[in-house]
Design a protein around this ligand. Structure first.
Ligand code: ATP
Ligand code: MG
Length: 568
């Protein structure tokens, strides 16, 4: 390609709402242009990059055994009514009517469409397992489209759906997709983690998200310093802890006048907050009260509490008046010793001995409290938010909080859609059996932005080689004035093209500085400069996009040199 025929629409300007670097650089490099909120046109330059991502994803999906299909992006409402999602999906679903007043939606995802296809095509267990994928535009009317193509309303997704006779077969395909996704993100040279997305339970990985690690990421994730453990922070389980030590102190009641909070108690008794056990009172499903004890410095995770059997979901905290009325003590002095309602303990308390808690008498606390000796040990549960420095849930290393960009998601759907839409096949015994399903998404357009977030400098984008729109920049100095330069530039250009190298020849009549800036901004990995001065020594100037300095190479070995660079 020559720049005279390939517009490099670079600009120094970018809109105020381009808060993150990838959005700014995609606009500055001319890869995308905004059409309307959350809607972008991909320029010839941008599309070359998107196609590179598509190539890798398509190759690996084909290798996985999945079969490519292409479904319409307009989907009839009837299918969505069958699964109930027509009413449940909410405002992200953009709906429309045709001339006959029939309802449709723009597909935000394609479970309904593929399940309809599968129930028509698949009749027998002999056709299973089978997986279909497509690479296709989705529309979601996002409440806040932002960050350019990172969270747009229309975006390109690779979505795959697998069909199985039983859960074991689904599990095998899920593992296959896990390996396929790892291969894809490895080839795209992204730094990523597979993150437990549902309960975070060890071994319970029925749903995992793949996140590219980047400070600008919208998702908070927790990782282990030692293992591959990673989970969504809100959902990460906490480690079950190690058993408490034998008591050292005597069990005693001490006065804590007017202390309302654990901070007040800690101050009065001059102990760290972590030594104090706080007792929260919530509603049971039947409206009675349940106590949840946590270490003073820890916070309740309401999702975990709400999911606990017997506790009302969503969590309802008892009011101060209710506590006083039913327990005869003000909230600041409640504790687990002899409390006349069920008491549950968080895992962190398993390690506690000689702790402090409310004495269930206004203005008093117990100190030197120990399980077994002073109150029965009834086991511990996971009730709290995980914190940095905690033991990793898998017991290996400690946890660290980082930020991630979700670029993929693998999910065992089970029979949710196949039951609703009656997608069944006959099994070995000739009986109709509802199929098990998995779904697997990758945000193709988001990957492009995520790669830029991960790899850029003050000059612009630094593409991983596989994603680069061109591999090599050929920049002749004085192309329009110097015959020798032009002759060699044209010759090299033809040679590289013949060798299949994606080369971009700078043949515009612009200042060399501007040419360098453009080619660096758009992130081309290799650059050869052809100038009269170097040619006097029979040399060309080479610079890799990540190199600090350029180097000189003999003209005769330039092609070989570049071919070797490209092989690296
Ligand atoms: P998010 O939590 O970021 O909204 P999601 O959970 O809604 O993502 P999925 O329904 O799992 O996403 O879709 C599969 C993939 O599509 C995601 O992993 C993500 O990479 C991509 N994706 C989802 N929404 C958008 C969007 N608005 N813009 C660009 N890519 C998106
Ligand atoms: Mg979403």
């Amino acid at each position: 390609m020559k720049t005279s025929h390939f517009p490099l629409s670079t600009t120094k300007e970018f809109p105020k709402d381009a808060e993150i670097i990838s959005h700014q650089l995609m606009i500055k490099s001319g890869m995308i242009r905004r059409l309307a909120s959350g809607l972008y046109t991909w320029s010839p330059l941008g599309l070359r990059v998107l196609h590179k991502v598509e190539n890798v994803v398509r190759e690996e999906m084909d290798k996985s055994g999945s079969l490519e299909v292409l479904m319409p992006s307009v989907i009839p409402a009837e299918l969505w009514k069958e699964t109930g999602r027509w009413d449940q999906f909410g405002k992200q679903l953009l709906t429309l009517k045709d001339r006959h007043e029939n309802d449709y939606c723009l597909g935000p995802t394609h479970e309904e469409a593929i399940t309809d296809f599968a129930r028509q095509e698949l009749k027998s267990y002999r056709q299973l397992p089978i997986s279909f994928y497509q690479i296709q535009w989705k529309f979601r009317d996002e409440i806040r489209p932002r960050f350019g193509v990172m969270r747009s309303r229309e975006f390109l997704m690779k979505d795959a759906y697998s069909f199985h006779i039983d859960a074991a077969s689904l599990e095998a395909e899920y593992q296959n997709m896990y390996r396929t996704y790892s291969a894809i993100f490895d080839r795209l040279q992204l730094e990523y983690r597979a993150v437990l997305a549902d309960s975070g339970a060890i071994g319970g990985d029925r749903s995992q998200e793949f996140h590219v690690l980047a400070d600008s990421g919208e998702d908070a994730i927790v990782i282990s310093t030692e293992s591959t453990y990673a989970a969504n922070i809100e959902r990460a389980e906490t480690h079950a802890g190690t058993k408490y030590a034998a008591p050292q102190q005597a069990f005693e009641k001490v006065a804590t006048p007017n202390a309302r909070t654990v901070e007040d108690v800690a101050k009065q008794l001059n102990v760290p907050i972590a030594k104090i056990t706080k007792t929260l009172i919530v509603h049971a499903e039947d409206g009675s009260l349940i106590a949840i004890c946590l270490r003073g410095d820890h916070s309740l995770n309401e999702v975990k509490a709400g999911n606990f059997k017997g506790i009302a979901n969503p969590v309802v905290f008892a009011s101060d008046a209710e506590i006083v009325e039913k327990l005869g003590v003000s909230p600041g002095s409640i504790g687990p010793v002899n409390l006349p309602i069920p008491v549950l303990f968080d895992h962190a308390l398993y390690s506690e001995s000689d702790f402090i808690c409310g004495a269930n008498e206004n203005g008093f606390h117990y100190v030197g409290v120990n399980f077994e000796r002073d109150l029965p040990f009834t086991g511990t549960h996971d009730f709290r938010n995980i914190e940095e420095g905690d033991i990793s849930p898998d017991g290996q290393g400690t946890v660290k909080f980082i930020r991630g960009i979700e670029v993929g998601h693998i999910f065992q759907l089970g029979n949710k859609y196949s039951t609703a839409m009656n997608a069944s096949v006959v099994n070995e015994n000739g009986e109709q059996t509802i199929m098990e399903m998995g779904c697997y998404g990758i945000g193709m357009t988001r990957i492009v932005a995520a790669a830029i977030e991960q790899s850029h400098d003050e000059k612009g984008i630094i593409w991983p080689d596989v994603m680069a729109p061109f591999k090599l920049s050929l920049i002749p100095m004085n192309y329009h004035k110097s015959e020798v330069v032009k002759e060699l530039a044209d010759k090299l250009y033809k040679e590289f093209l013949a060798l299949g190298v994606e080369v971009l020849l700078e043949d515009r009549d612009i200042r060399p500085g501007n040419a360098f800036n453009d080619h660096e901004l758009i992130g081309i990995p290799h650059r050869l400069v052809i100038g009269e001065r170097g040619l006097k020594n029979n040399e060309l100037e080479y610079k890799g996009r990540k190199d600090a300095e350029s180097s000189f190479i003999p003209v005769d070995s330039a092609v070989e040199f570049i071919m070797n660079q490209l092989k690296k």
